[in-house]
Design a protein around this ligand. Structure first.
Ligand code: GLN
Ligand code: ZN
Length: 743
């Protein structure tokens, strides 16, 4: 699908061909699920770009700016992609994280004048296709509450506008959809309401009750399943229990296993079907079949009927473990990807309905895998454990406070006021990517590869010197990805060959997996940094990915608290920081762009997360001398709830995204008492636009209203890897000139 859609965008394939591919892929998925033996197969979950966008189309909420742009038979498809990606003239919808996953959805824009109208085509078409294959599929719709809770006020609308106020107007569209699906012969419809696992105000829970009463009260409708996932349903459980719907989906994995206790407390779901998400849909571990079977047995008393399921859609895990032929077969048994998870669901259901003896072999195999995993030296490395146990509070504190460190660093680095730097990466050209690929395939030997990368480092150093930047970087040409690069070198991580997971639209990432105790067998970046430093008299920044980001962008262990894994990663990075320092690196940046997205969905869990996350960062970075300068980088401008945690990181310099929000972050940090250096990004690296010198000077003047000149740094918003060299040259030349004129 990715290839079909992208070639359509390039004009190499017709809309007809894209639709053919969609239909063929959908058919393959339906058939796979049927062959796996699922008794109920979902549909309407096969998107050309994003399911929220599909829902927006279904309810007829296309923003005005995207309407009427196209004519002809492909107008709908073109409009769809215009909302997703924008056009030369019109901005796309904003994209943001789907709950606490790494998937991004498109944010509906609504206002008091928004009207809705039903466009039932996609759910109906998918249902009909499944029916031609002999399947009675279950259309999945994002529910009205989640749709509205994830929407935002349209541009130009009062920012205080609450999309939930449109519920009354939206419900008739859902009613029509359900009536329409009933007429098609649909037996069950699934309404996804993951918003119910977040803290919702009473008014939203009440509105949910009203909405479900309306939809459930329809005279002619399919049976309704309301699905929640990504955590415990909490207070929403009682609402779901009382609602006139036929089924409720709950997550029973990880901490959400408390749903079982809460369900018992409220007296279960009398008269309803419980869809029990006992197979983890978000992580890659093989299920503990025996434990999940026990759980299912206890759940059986709590509803009229229990159906076995994954905890959420399988969008967030890779497709098929069978493809990972390079993984050690012993290790491979520890995992289950989407296809394997489907089988686990079917096995558990058989165990429940036909008795445990019918799945004896599967249970024994599952026991053996768990025993093997628990007893493996990969899982428990005594040296790592001892080291974590020996960590003291002193290890998470720099020896001196910022003012003293700043003095020592100023003497060592002798930087001008408003020092200029970049965030790390320089353009990742096609030539670099293909050199890495050739090296991986064995077509380029190690020496040839190193030579090629060194040539690039040299080029980037010369470029920065010519531009007159003050603190240089080596450009990261050797890194495929800021997490994978380290995961490949750390013990305790494995990477996959085909484990692609959708990030947004046609973009996919391949998250590494933390399989066991993490340690660093050998230095990871020191050689490159030392080489870069050997080429110049200016300081070269060492460049690492922080412990929280390493975890947020990987699949994590399910057999110990995240905090413990974070400490292990932090200690491995601490060694790297120490080696960089010993190699003469005076400035070390530890990126934590994922600190904010790791924030738990429920407010009650956030303080604990921020506590261990900041401790892990400090454990990684506090072992250095006063005159070694620690930087961190984050790619967002609104810190909100994490502001005080950011102050707690106790870095010497923080670079952040700020250009698009007019430097507001500088004021936020100063109001929070942020004491040290700050580099609010002065230009947006997401755009090919070259910022002019006056524009940058203006932004810096704004920043100077909040940050004293002695602490202000000058840098772009983020790394430059997606830009091309002429843009980078022109933009950085203006950046350096702007800093110079202000000095
Ligand atoms: N150092 C990384 C780079 O410059 C940071 C990337 C990021 O913040 N996401 O690419
Ligand atoms: Zn960034």
């Amino acid at each position: 699908m990715k290839k079909a859609i992208e070639s359509y965008w390039r004009g190499e394939r017709s809309a007809y061909q894209v639709r053919r591919t969609l239909v063929a892929e959908r058919r393959a998925v339906f058939e796979t699920l049927r062959e796996a033996g699922l008794s109920s197969v979902p549909c309407n979950d096969f998107s050309l770009y994003d399911q929220m966008l599909d829902t927006l189309v279904m309810v007829g909420a296309v923003p005005e700016r995207h309407q009427g742009l196209f004519a002809g038979e492909n107008a709908d498809l073109e409009t769809y992609f215009a909302m997703a990606r924008g056009t030369a003239e019109v901005a796309p919808l904003e994209m943001t994280k789907w709950f606490d996953t790494n998937y991004h959805y498109l944010v509906p824009e609504l206002g008091p004048d928004t009207t809705f109208a039903l466009h039932p085509d996609q759910p109906v078409a998918e249902y009909r296709q499944a029916r031609t294959l002999g399947l009675q599929a279950r259309p999945v719709l994002i529910g009205p509450v989640t749709f509205l809770r994830l929407a935002k006020p349209a541009p130009g609308v009062d920012p205080g506008f609450d999309p939930m106020s449109l519920l009354e107007r939206l419900l008739p569209v859902y009613e029509q959809m359900l009536t329409r699906l009933a007429a098609e012969g649909v037996a069950w419809v699934q309404l996804d309401e993951p918003a119910l696992v977040q803290d919702q105000p009473r008014a939203v829970l009440d509105a949910t009750a009203v909405a479900l009463a309306r939809l459930g009260g329809l005279a002619t409708r399919p049976k309704l399943l309301v699905a929640t996932y990504f955590g415990p349903a909490g207070e929403a459980l009682a609402v779901l229990r009382e609602a006139p719907v036929d089924g409720v989906g709950l997550d029973f994995t990880g901490p959400a296993v408390t749903n079982a206790r809460d369900l018992a407390t409220i007296g279960g779901l009398p008269g309803k079907r419980l869809v029990a998400g006992v197979v983890d849909g978000r992580n890659v571990w093989a299920a503990d079949l025996r434990r999940q079977l026990d759980l299912l047995t206890t759940l059986q008393g709590l509803a009229e009927e229990v159906v076995v399921s994954t905890s959420c859609s399988l969008l967030h895990v890779p497709l098929d473990l069978e493809a990972e032929t390079q993984l050690d077969p012993d290790l491979r048994r520890w995992f289950a990807f989407a296809r394997q998870k489907t089988r686990e669901v079917v096995t558990l259901a058989r165990g429940i309905t036909a008795g445990t003896t019918t799945i004896r072999d599967a249970l024994q195999a599952s026991d053996a895998v768990l025993r093997h995993r628990a007893g493996s030296p990969i899982t428990r490395d005594p040296a790592v454990r001892d080291r974590v146990d020996a960590v003291t509070a002193a290890d998470t504190h720099r020896p001196s406070a910022y003012p003293e460190r700043a003095g020592a660093q100023a003497r060592r680095l002798a930087l001008p006021a408003l020092p200029t730097t970049t965030i790390g990466s320089f353009p990742q050209t096609q030539a670099l990517r293909s050199a890495r690929a050739r090296y991986r395939r064995g077509e380029l030997d190690e020496a040839g590869y190193v030579q090629r990368m060194r040539a690039e480092v040299q080029h980037v150093i010369r470029l920065q010197e010519a531009l007159g930047l003050d603190v240089l970087v080596h450009g990261e040409p050797e890194r495929n990805d800021m997490v994978q690069y380290f995961a490949e070198q750390l013990a305790g991580f494995v990477t996959t060959r085909h484990g692609w997971v959708q990030s947004y639209g046609t973009r996919y990432v391949r998250p590494p997996v933390v399989v066991g105790d993490v340690s660093r067998p050998a230095p990871m970046t020191v050689g490159w940094t030392r080489y870069a430093q050997s080429l110049t008299g200016k300081p070269v920044k060492g460049m690492l990915t922080g412990p929280v980001t390493m975890l947020c962008w990987s699949f994590v262990r399910d057999d110990q608290p995240l905090e413990e894994t974070a400490q292990q990663v932090a200690l491995a990075l601490r060694d790297e920081v120490a080696d960089l320092e010993a190699a003469g690196t005076a400035v070390i940046q530890v990126d934590e762009p994922a600190l904010r997205e790791g924030l738990p969905l429920r407010a009650a869990d956030r303080a604990a997360y921020l506590g261990w996350a900041t401790r892990a960062f400090r454990l990684a970075t506090s072992g250095v001398r006063d005159d070694t300068q620690i930087h961190t980088h984050m790619c967002y401008a609104e810190f909100g709830e994490i502001l005080s945690a950011v102050v707690d990181l106790d870095t010497d310099v923080l670079s952040v995204e700020a250009a698009r929000s007019h430097m507001a972050v500088a004021g936020d940090l100063s109001r929070a008492g942020y004491p040290s250096g700050v580099g609010p990004g002065v230009y947006d690296i997401h755009s090919p636009r070259v910022p002019g010198r006056p524009e940058i000077t203006g932004l810096l003047r704004q920043a100077l209203e909040h940050v004293p000149a002695g602490r202000l740094w000058v840098n772009p918003d983020c790394g430059l890897k997606t830009r091309d060299e002429p843009e980078v040259r022109a933009s950085l030349a203006n950046l350096v000139a702007a800093a110079g004129s202000l000095r």
